[in-house]
Write a protein that binds this ligand. Structure first.
Ligand SMILES: *Cc1c(COP(=O)(O)O)cnc(C)c1O
Length: 355
């Protein structure tokens, strides 16, 4: 049988830069090579050429797939029969999918009641064992780290080096797509694995755009300089109070001449709606933090900016519905009523004789 592939797997594409040999397992769902999309409205607002790196176009709808193809492939290569992670949702969805693909078991620990509906649905349907912890993401990760010391289960959180290795390929793609011409990268920061990955990827290619990382006001340990006990933000993917890659992230930001700063939930939601209504781009709230930060602090003289849209909007339908509360117009089966419903309330001059 000849298997048709429309494009290489992430590992195949970047193997010479990744810790994999030619005959290693390659657990792939055709991740990576995500579109870079110009953002005309936001470009206008900030006076720079702004692009979205649409990581929601990955197989499970977030950038986590780049790291997960590597983490799960390595786990399989090293004989693991199971993987585990603590997750705010997207790592769980990705781990569940790649474990299913590999035919191994997956367990995920999620904070009770704090996981977005789409992410929970994904994780469940892929057959992962879902453990809802009566505590935070940070507490979950603390326990999982201890648990794997006593069991032959591979930890696939971004502590796992393969995750960082896989995720750095997004930086390679940006340099390729923009012929190396990029001044500034805006990125949300949660557990801080992704900003760490981009910086590694850029450095390996001798590039050094400035990195602007953004944390939500209620979950900004790297800006405050201390852990946040009860992180709180509408952007659940960055609701993290004790980032495991915090030091790496601060190094990445400072080495690049950038920074890590705060955006409020209302700034995140403004950007979230602006992207959806003006740019046709539906990203999840955490992703909107990158745009919110760019709008808030400006491009700071950069000509060309990339905002990383880390995950797809449909993962978190509750936030979208809550933001558009009452917008659905009900209509009886009647033409005049439909005319009013479609065109808006009639004015005196154009009032159709309805009812
Ligand atoms: C995981 C995630 C983040 C945060 O990435 P870190 O590597 O934890 O900093 C941001 N947005 C989305 C959609 C995510 O899934």
């Amino acid at each position: 049988m000849t298997i048709v592939r429309t494009r290489p797997s992430l590992i195949e594409r970047w193997r010479e830069h990744l810790p994999f040999e030619a005959d290693d397992p390659d657990v792939s769902l055709c991740e990576g090579a995500t579109p870079l999309v110009f953002a005309p409205v936001i470009s206008d607002q900030v006076g720079a050429e702004v692009y979205f790196k649409t990581e929601g176009a990955n197989p499970t709808g977030s950038f986590k797939d780049r790291g997960m193809t590597c983490a799960v492939s390595a786990a399989v290569r090293d004989g693991a029969k199971a993987v585990i992670c603590a997750s705010t949702g997207n790592t769980a969805a990705s781990a569940a999918a790649y474990a299913a693909r590999a035919g191994i078991t997956c367990a995920v620990i999620v904070p009770e009641g704090k996981i977005a509906m789409g992410k929970l649905a994904q994780t469940l349907i892929h057959g992962a064992r879902v453990v809802s912890l009566k505590g935070s993401f940070d507490e979950g990760l603390g326990l999982v780290r201890k648990l794997v010391e006593d069991h032959p289960i591979a930890l696939v959180n971004s502590l796992n080096e393969y995750r960082i290795e896989g995720q750095k390929t997004a930086a390679f793609e940006l340099l390729e797509d923009l012929s190396g011409d990029l001044d500034l990268l805006c990125i949300p920061v949660g557990n801080a694995g992704n900003i760490t990955s981009y910086w590694r990827g850029f450095r390996e290619m001798d590039a050094a755009p400035r990195l602007f990382g953004f944390q939500a006001a209620g979950a900004a340990p790297l800006v405050l300089g201390h852990p946040v006990e009860h992180p709180d933000t509408v952007a659940s993917a960055i609701r993290i109070g004790k980032p495991v890659r915090g030091d790496d992230a601060l190094t990445a930001a400072s080495e690049s001449g950038g920074s890590i700063r705060i955006v409020s939930d209302s700034e995140i939601l403004h950007a979230y709606k602006l992207m959806a209504t003006e740019e046709g781009m539906f990203a999840e709230p955490a992703s909107a933090a990158s745009v919110a930060g760019l709008l808030k602090y400006g491009a700071d003289g950069a000509n060309r900016v990339v905002c990383v849209l880390t995950g797809r909007g449909i993962k978190d339908p509750e936030v979208a519905i809550a933001q558009t509360e009452g917008a659905v117009i009900t209509c009886p089966v009647e033409l005049g009523a439909m005319e009013t419903a479609v065109l808006g309330a009639p004015t005196a001059a154009s009032a159709p004789a309805v009812r």
